[in-house]
Design a protein around this ligand. Structure first.
Ligand code: TUI
Length: 314
């Protein structure tokens, strides 16, 4: 069994986080992951505080284990959600797509463990100084909002820049990825794309089907021109968006083209108008299974790989 400092810190059995996927990671999925011994995380995405409160309460009905909430800092409701997590006393808050400095004191004072996603060494150092409990180093292989650096390059540099436990994310979906992350100095992993295939994940069946059928070159990054690069499946929507982006469509029209696209993918499975966020590792996600089984399976797969690696040392 692989245990690390992050397990003790959070009271979880396996050092596996489920990524806070907007519109996707609800109370049901998060509770299933937490019941499986990992850390389930509810995504606030662009939703208002009331929705997040409902999902936290729904998760609490299914599990007595620790849960997290991911706050997407570009959301117009970020301030509101920041209060809700304090009132509801979630065990962990993760943040994404920005700088959570202004909230950290309030959360830590409420006894919440704050674990920001960092995409650079500078951000890792700042979050360490401001009192984060751990860091998630997410490379650009991930789905959704992506930074510049790959997981391979980011994780060791973040590990060097902090004394906190580091959770690796981006491009990890099985035991090989977990083993590699530990080799780079991480003490845990976060997976998003792999959990899209969980039975308890209620995305539209067409979304799941697309992930299960994806191949190696199935994703692309759009949105760089407006400053928010996003990795998604190479669907007709993504291709059209890229054409508009590089063809000189005015900013406001481009923004209108993207508005609501994630919801259309998750709830309607619409590949003409929906944006199917996915990491580059989708191609190795091949079957539906319970979330708890995913948590256990990836960690059990990693064990012999880590053992074998140490045998090569003569
Ligand atoms: O946040 C994510 N993934 C996401 S957020 C999202 S919703 C969205 N909608 C429209 C536009 C953009 C996003 C879909 N997927 N992952 C965590 C993550 N955070 N990746 C990279 C970062 C990050 C980037 C810059 C964290 C901090 C940061 O700091 C910038 C600064 O303020 O210095």
């Amino acid at each position: 069994m692989i245990r690390s400092a992050i397990c003790e810190m959070l009271g979880i059995d396996y050092p596996v986080f489920q990524g806070g996927m907007a519109w996707i990671a609800d109370g049901k999925l998060a509770a299933a992951v937490s019941n499986g011994g990992g850390l389930g995380i509810i995504a606030a995405g662009n939703a208002p505080g009331d929705y997040v409160r409902e999902q936290i309460r729904a998760a609490r009905k299914i599990t007595g284990k620790p849960i997290g909430v991911n706050i997407m800092l570009l959301s117009p409701f970020a301030d509101e959600v920041a209060k809700v997590v304090t009132e509801e006393k979630v065990e962990v808050v993760t943040t994404g797509a920005g700088n959570p400095s202004k909230y950290i004191r309030e959360w830590t004072a409420a006894g919440i463990k704050v674990i920001p996603v960092v995409a650079s060494v500078a951000m890792a150092k700042l979050m360490t100084r401001l009192g984060a409990s751990a860091l998630i180093a997410e490379g650009g292989e991930s789905g959704g909002h992506v930074g510049e650096l790959t997981t391979m390059v980011l994780v060791p540099q973040v590990c060097d820049a902090t004394t906190l436990p580091v959770i690796a994310a981006g491009g990890i979906a099985d035991g090989r990825g977990v083993a590699a992350a530990f080799m780079l100095g991480a003490q845990g992993v976060q997976m998003g794309t792999r959990f899209l295939s969980a039975y308890e994940c209620s995305v539209h069946p067409a979304y799941k089907e697309k992930i299960l059928k994806a191949t190696d070159l199935c994703t692309m990054v759009t949105g760089k021109r407006l400053g928010h690069p996003v990795r998604s499946l190479r669907t007709p929507f993504a291709r059209n968006y890229a054409r508009a982006e590089y063809g000189g469509m005015p900013d406001d029209e481009l923004e209108a083209l993207g508005a609501g696209a994630l919801r259309r993918a998750v709830q309607e499975g619409d590949s003409e108008k929906g944006c199917f966020l996915s990491g580059q590792i989708a191609a190795i996600v091949r079957k539906e299974q319970p979330a708890a089984e995913i948590v256990k399976e990836v960690m059990e797969e990693a064990e012999p790989i880590l053992r074998r690696a140490s045998q090569w040392v003569k």
